[in-house]
Design a protein around this ligand. Structure first.
Ligand SMILES: *Cc1c(COP(=O)(O)O)cnc(C)c1O
Length: 498
């Protein structure tokens, strides 16, 4: 299948799109069409295990990749996950489910897609005839960075550079990244918030001069962020997988609609749900759940995107984002795939922090999306109450989504015209990844030390502490550099020259 840019008439093969990470001029690659999954194929997928389901979905897009090789790579990557199902669905109540996406090597949902990316890139290089080594540049709000480091550590011909906001990640996230082993990785703190970090990375992507400097050293720049289509498309698979698991456990019949609530930051996770729907998965509503940084809530209500607002640091740091990259792919669809108009809107976003969509586009969006946000207090309350009622501890990001989902379900109940669908809440991180905030939510106690938090949550919930959380505790801190956003590229040059 071919891929096209959201901002120009540029085209690429799947392999080229993955290897390049982004299209020219800042555009994002999207598939020329959404390949349908037929009723027969859904039946066939019922019997598949998770790696097979991912390989099946990816095969529809990346048809030039060799199928057995892809499946073998996925099997090996998901074998590193804890337990026998990489994406288990947990039923907590009638019609209410949690899709646990945090059983990978870094305890957050970014592992679901990063598991596939090294193979997609490596094979992609061969298919696209690219001889250079790869520099994987990643801006992270905390979880992508670690997932990229784990996925690429020790992979030959690849160097990984992670930029994270100095004050914008949890202590545990920082510890996980800064203790990463491997000769081919580097982690640098950028002064500012995630938006500063992401825009520093995007600037490097757009700069001919930066690319030249990198090329001189024998490297080609690519991305492990969800702007890379190879990061995004594997995420479609868990929407299908959750749905199929509901069917095979007789919770729903095939064809029935299911709603998904998604804790959202950069809009990658929920966009994969939209792509699943476009491929034919019976998705009812996609609930876009935000924290106090509720720029997306405003957008889905009014059609006006307005990033000119105060930035808040919250206890769900991976969602502390005002410039939500993947929304570009969605408005490309609602615009009727108008690249010139999308480019214009993104130009307006860069210049003024704002853009708007037309009324008919907003109506289209409202058919599929509902958006809401929660305060920090409501998230805390939700985590506490949910544990009281169901004995199920959630992380702070999942707490945002659950809080929004519960409010939505309450509204549906009062509105006799709306049909209630089963609701799947995407659980994006282990509670142990945000131990201080989760402990606070569960008990009202503040602890300074992350591992005290881990221990107390364990005593309270009896939930198993994941190995990756245990193991970073005594590892030496390897990375301590912090720079301004303008100096980020100098660090890359140093890293390549080292
Ligand atoms: C990245 C992340 C999110 C937000 O996902 P997007 O794809 O950026 O919308 C939510 N929760 C956790 C734990 C994350 O790491």
């Amino acid at each position: 299948m071919k891929f096209i840019s959201t901002r120009s008439n540029e085209q690429a093969t799947g392999a080229e799109a993955i290897v390049r990470g982004m299209a020219a001029g800042g555009g994002l690659f999207v598939p020329v069409q959404f390949p349908p999954v037929t009723a027969e194929e859904m039946d066939t997928m019922l019997a598949m295990d998770y790696p097979e389901r991912v390989a099946f979905i990816l095969g529809k897009y990346f048809d030039e990749y060799e199928k057995e090789g892809l499946l073998a790579a996925l099997r090996a990557a998901y074998a590193r996950f804890d337990g026998d199902d990489p994406a288990p669905l947990v039923r907590t109540d009638e019609g209410l489910y949690l899709l646990e996406l945090f059983h990978g090597p870094t305890c957050a949902f970014k592992d679901m897609a990063l598991a596939a990316l090294p193979y997609l890139l490596e094979q992609g290089k061969k298919l696209a005839g690219v001889g250079e080594k790869l520099l994987v540049l990643t801006a992270t709000s905390g979880d992508t960075g670690k997932a990229a480091l784990e996925a690429f550590a020790g992979v030959s011909g690849v160097k990984v550079m992670v930029l994270y906001p100095e004050e914008g990640v949890s202590k545990m996230q920082k510890l996980q990244m800064c203790t990463q082993e491997g000769e081919n990785v580097n982690v640098v703190a950028v002064r500012g918030n995630f938006d500063d970090c992401q825009s520093a990375a995007k600037k490097i992507f757009r700069s001919e001069k930066c690319r030249e400097e990198i090329a001189k050293r024998g490297y080609l720049l690519t991305s492990a962020n969800s702007v890379n289509i190879g990061r995004l498309l594997p995420q479609i698979a868990y929407y299908f997988s959750a749905y199929l698991d509901l069917v095979s456990s007789s919770q729903i019949r095939m064809g029935q609609s299911v709603d998904f609530a998604v804790p959202t930051g950069n809009f990658g996770n929920i966009l994969a749900g939209y792509y699943a729907k476009r491929m034919g998965l019976p998705v009812g509503k996609l609930l876009c759940a935000s924290n106090k940084n509720n720029v997306l809530t405003g957008f889905f209500q009014t059609g006006n995107y307005d990033a000119k607002r105060p930035f808040f640091r919250t206890m769900s740091p991976s969602m502390d984002i005002l410039v939500s990259s993947n929304l570009e792919r969605l408005i490309f669809e609602t615009s009727g795939r108008d690249a010139a108009l999308t480019a214009e809107r993104m130009k307006s976003l860069a210049a003024t922090g704002r853009y708007s969509v037309r009324a008919e586009e907003l109506n289209m969006l409202k058919e599929t999306f509902a958006a809401d946000y929660t305060s920090e207090d409501d998230t805390v309350e939700c985590i506490y109450e949910f544990f009281e009622e169901y004995g199920y501890p959630m992380d702070t990001h999942t707490g945002v989504a659950m809080s929004v989902a519960q409010r939505y379900l309450g509204k549906i109940k009062d509105d006799t015209m709306s049909e209630r669908h089963p609701m799947v809440v995407l659980s994006t991180a282990s509670p142990y990844k945000f131990p201080q905030d989760v402990l606070y939510a569960l008990t009202g106690n503040d602890v300074k030390d992350s591992y005290k938090g881990v221990k107390r949550i364990h005593l309270l919930t009896a939930m198993k502490v994941p190995e990756p959380i245990k193991s970073v505790r005594y590892k030496p801190i390897r990375f301590k550099t912090a720079v301004s956003a303008e100096k980020a590229f100098d660090e890359i040059v140093k890293f390549l020259d080292a």
